[in-house]
Design a protein around this ligand. Structure first.
Ligand SMILES: Cc1cc2nc3c(=O)[nH]c(=O)nc-3n(C[C@H](O)[C@H](O)[C@H](O)COP(=O)(O)O)c2cc1C
Length: 356
């Protein structure tokens, strides 16, 4: 029997298998409001065998985004839109977490600074200033009202709330006096842990965290020692919070480059950080194949896995894996992010299921 297709209790909910769909921004809302085609998309993936779906990064405020049509969760209309999605995912037998999102760093060429924990601009950063004030607690309350099963505190490559990095976090405000390294780390860790504790106050045990200690996207990256010290300490503290899971994103060979530099920090994140997480379910993400997934879960290396990109062209990915089908659809990378004015179904909801 496949270990991957056994249930697992995460916080207050039980997922039917260990195969998650990780957050995938698709840029398809109607002016930040979740719409009918998004409902079809999430329902397809729930019916396609995802034990747990994590939504695309969901904005907590209008500002601090790269994607104009990413959905939000700061007003009633958005909550109602999400409710239709969570209800249809539940009816299809799956569970769904909301991934909360706010641009991590300042940006170049913005008329006003984006609210965020970092005073340093990110090379390649694209977070826009638009009106609005971030509010994680309000967003978490709204997530609950929208009947999500939990909330994932997003990956710092994309988001604000875990400013763990020396490259993304200096003083909390650009006009503050310079601080020494130890002072910086205190603020950095306190911010990340406070954000998680605030989410736990609203959501109890159904709060999760995604981390990419080896990642270089959006100008992340530190020396190996600094990376291990930073994430090791953070995860040691996070383990005490008894989150429902932690998703660890492994090093990707598709490593972004800035000014001829690759800021990512290659190392084995599962081997390095599992020791800090004895109380927490670990999910592994990044380029995991079906065979590796089965091996990871059956050997107890992790409680589950997340797949991202392959879910885009294979809405029935879970059923495919369970039935031993090949991933036969040809993925079109140009439709990863729905382009305003184009037919949103193309490359979004029109990929065919396998024949069973
Ligand atoms: C089109 C696209 C959009 C993504 N959007 C998000 C996002 O909103 N939040 C996030 O944490 N990760 C995002 N990711 C990263 C994926 O969740 C996942 O971590 C990554 O693709 C590695 O998994 P994979 O190798 O199975 O694709 C995105 C990836 C892709 C390809």
């Amino acid at each position: 029997m496949s270990a991957l297709f056994t249930p697992l209790k995460l916080g207050n909910v039980t997922i039917s298998n260990r195969l998650g769909m990780s957050a995938l921004t698709r840029n398809c809302s109607s002016n930040t409001v979740p719409n009918e085609i998004m409902k079809q998309y999430y329902e397809q993936h729930a019916l396609g065998g995802a034990g747990l779906i994590v939504t695309e990064g969901t904005l907590i405020t209008r500002q601090g985004t790269e994607w104009q049509d990413a959905p939000g969760i700061w007003n009633k209309e958005q909550i109602e839109g999400w409710k239709r999605i969570t209800d249809s995912v539940h009816a299809a037998g799956s569970k769904i977490y909301s991934q909360l999102w706010h641009g991590r760093t300042q940006n170049f060429n913005q008329p006003k600074p984006v609210y965020g924990p970092s005073a340093i601009v990110a090379r390649g950063g694209k977070f826009h200033f638009l009106d609005g004030t971030p509010g994680y607690v309000t967003a978490a309350i709204n997530v609950k009202e929208a009947r999500f099963d939990g909330v994932e505190h997003g990956d710092p490559q994309f988001m604000a709330p875990t400013p763990t990095l020396s490259t993304s976090s200096s003083t909390p405000h650009p006009t503050s006096a310079p601080m020494n390294g130890e002072e910086v780390w205190k603020i950095v860790h306190a911010f990340a842990l406070d954000a998680l504790k605030a989410l736990i106050e609203v959501y109890g045990p159904d709060v999760a965290l995604k981390l990419s200690p080896a990642g270089g996207y959006n100008d992340m990256g530190m020396s190996l020692q600094e990376t291990i010290d930073t994430f090791g300490y953070l995860l040691h503290e996070v383990n005490k919070l008894r989150l429902s899971y932690i998703a660890l994103v492994c090093y990707s060979a598709i490593d972004p480059e800035f000014e001829d530099e690759k800021p990512a920090t290659p190392h084995d994140v599962v081997e390095t950080y599992s020791q800090f997480l004895p109380n927490t379910h670990i999910f592994i993400n990044e380029g995991v194949s079906p065979d590796e997934a089965e091996e990871i879960v059956s050997t107890g290396k992790a409680a589950g896995i997340f797949i991202g990109t392959n879910w885009i062209a294979h809405p029935d990915l879970g059923k495919c894996i369970q039935a031993g089908k090949e991933f036969n659809n040809i993925q079109d990378d140009t439709t990863f992010y729905v382009i305003a004015g184009s037919n949103p179904a193309i490359g979004y909801t029109d990929y065919k299921e396998a024949v069973y």
